[in-house]
Write a protein that binds this ligand. Structure first.
Ligand SMILES: *[C@@H]1O[C@H](CO)[C@@H](O)[C@H](O)[C@H]1NC(C)=O
Ligand SMILES: *[C@@H]1O[C@H](CO)[C@@H](O)[C@H](O)[C@H]1NC(C)=O
Ligand SMILES: *[C@@H]1O[C@H](CO)[C@@H](O)[C@H](O)[C@H]1NC(C)=O
Ligand SMILES: *[C@@H]1O[C@H](CO)[C@@H](O)[C@H](O)[C@H]1NC(C)=O
Length: 494
């Protein structure tokens, strides 16, 4: 009895130690990458950097399994294209909950707290594609959660873009929901409130700047020097606060002054736009982190919301319809390396991903004897950039200043790496390219000449042979803890 108590005390001590380290940061984990970082490495990356909440855009089996017993709280998403099916069919919603919530909770111990029904379904650019299916899908999923006995611990919510509200006076107190979806928003919020679920909103100061060339740049940042906006007794020094309080005003006006809010996405991209670079991303994210660490809210709602950074890592296969910057939202590069320093609080720096395996150190570049005037060059570069991510080559981007030869080399190499350095993949450019083992060194400034993750080797590493070693290791952690407990126990009874 005594012995068990001591072990219990020691465990409690470890758990509390963990709590104190973690400040309650959330992040988004997107999977639209040609060479995704292995899920176990991503989970370790989150833990090493104090992210204890994660939002997924869908119930990806690899990601969900890796999150089991991680201590990370999960918001698991449902893609928009599933909304219609879930809205019209109660059984489909029950099956979704069974497969994607109940299973992972009971078999894998995944700490699922929220289901995100759809992703920004009322975006103006979607027209009305999801306005009729979102609320019924939300209702069916919430009912299915209750039926599965999970109603108290798992809440359904809908991540919405901040374009669901606006202010016709230009200041936060004028906030109200967009007229075309006003009544729908009220129905959704009423439903969320009745279920004790939060309202989830994505706020993007970067997009305010991107979409409006007259937007005062300084107002996008928390430490900016823009002229403050005075709104009655409140003063606003940054667009995040002003935007959030526009929402609070909209909620107050419609009778929901205290519904809990989650910021589902907020962040700053590092490439492929004049305002997307590591300096500005660092400035924005550091400002946000400092506020989170100080527990600061906004003038109208001083209690801070839970915040999920967008995003943890870059995704090179994301749609660039909204802009080339879409592939560069990560706090980390695609491979979990650090883009810029961040103080996570208590003087702690970011920690890079560990154990990443790369393809061989070789590159595909423009052949030294190839002619820049070759009529096939433009077409070859264009072929490479159709299949690989060349967003960093654009004007004002990190590799935008390369000369024509380095530019073509960048494109050829991205293609070669994206094709896993497959033999023949550097020979598709009309004899204009060669493989080299010498680092081409076009790194000037922040341009990165990538070598991709070896996803094949990571998959092999997860085969039964090696995972036995993984089990041994977790066993040895347990035996260490038990041994330590015994030593302390021995010391105590002496
Ligand atoms: C569970 O989620 C995955 C990923 O979104 C999806 O492919 C699958 O169809 C879902 N399961 C059910 C039963 O709807
Ligand atoms: C954090 O990183 C910065 C820049 O890389 C470095 O100057 C600083 O010493 C680091 N701080 C700690 C506590 O490691
Ligand atoms: C580099 O390649 C990109 C992508 O094809 C192209 O848009 C750009 O004009 C090129 N720049 C130079 C200097 O060749
Ligand atoms: C590449 O060069 C080889 C040898 O010089 C030639 O036989 C071949 O036709 C060339 N291929 C293309 C696509 O130009």
């Amino acid at each position: 009895m005594n012995f068990l108590q001591h072990i219990f005390t020691i465990f409690t001590f470890f758990l509390l130690g963990e709590r104190i380290l973690v400040d309650g940061l959330g992040c988004n984990w997107g999977l639209q990458a040609t060479h995704p970082l292995p899920p176990d490495i991503v989970v370790k990356l989150m833990k090493d950097n104090g992210f204890n909440k994660v939002k997924l855009f869908e119930a990806d089996p690899g990601a969900m399994r890796a999150l089991g017993r991680s201590g990370i709280q999960v918001m698991v998403g449902i893609p928009n294209d599933m909304l219609a099916g879930l809205a019209s069919n109660v059984r489909a919603a029950e099956e979704w909950v069974q497969q994607n919530v109940s299973n992972y909770l009971s078999r894998r111990d995944v700490d699922i707290r929220y289901v995100a029904v759809g992703n920004e379904p009322f975006l103006k650019t979607y027209d009305d594609r999801f306005t009729r299916t979102t609320l019924p899908a939300l209702q069916n999923i919430q009912a299915a959660l209750i039926k599965a006995g999970l109603g108290r611990n798992v809440k359904a919510t809908v991540p919405l873009n901040a374009d669901v509200y606006e202010s016709d006076t230009g200041v936060p107190s004028g906030g109200n929901f967009r007229p075309d979806i006003h009544d729908l928003m009220i129905s959704i919020i009423k439903f969320l409130a009745n279920n004790g679920a939060p309202l989830t909103i994505n706020i993007y100061p970067f997009l305010s700047l991107y979409l409006d060339s007259h937007f005062p740049v300084e107002f996008a940042f928390f430490d900016g020097h823009a002229a403050p906006i005075v709104d009655g007794s409140f003063t606003y020094t940054n667009v995040f606060d002003a935007n959030y309080d526009t929402l609070i005003s909209a909620l107050e006006k419609n009778g929901f002054p205290s519904i809990p809010i989650i910021i589902g996405e907020v962040g700053w991209p590092t490439d492929s736009n004049t305002n997307a670079n590591t300096q500005l991303a660092r400035r924005f994210n550091q400002g946000l982190l400092s506020r989170i660490n100080q527990g600061l809210g906004t003038p109208k709602r001083p209690t801070p919301p839970d915040i999920y950074f967008f995003s943890l890592i870059d995704e090179d296969a994301k749609s660039i319809d909204p802009g080339n910057f879409e592939r560069h939202w990560g706090v980390f590069n695609f491979d979990g390396t650090i883009k810029y320093p961040l103080d996570l609080g208590h003087g702690r720096n970011l920690t890079a991903a560990k154990g990443v395996r790369y393809l061989s150190r070789q590159w595909c570049v423009m052949a030294p004897d190839a002619n820049l005037m070759d009529p096939n060059l433009a077409q070859s570069v264009s072929l490479a950039c159709t299949y690989a991510d060349c967003t960093s080559l654009g004007f004002g981007s990190s590799c935008g200043g390369l000369d024509a030869r380095a530019n073509a080399s960048y494109a050829f190499n991205m293609y070669y790496q994206t094709m896993n350095q497959r033999s023949g993949s550097c020979e598709q450019f009309h004899n204009l390219s060669v493989i080299t083992k010498i680092d081409p060194g076009f790194h000037g400034g922040s341009c990165r000449y990538e070598i991709m993750i070896d996803t094949g080797r990571h998959q092999q590493a997860r085969n039964p042979g090696t995972s036995a070693a993984g089990k041994m290791c977790s066993n040895c952690v347990v035996s260490w803890v038990v041994m330590l407990a015994l030593v302390v126990y021995g010391y105590l009874i002496i």
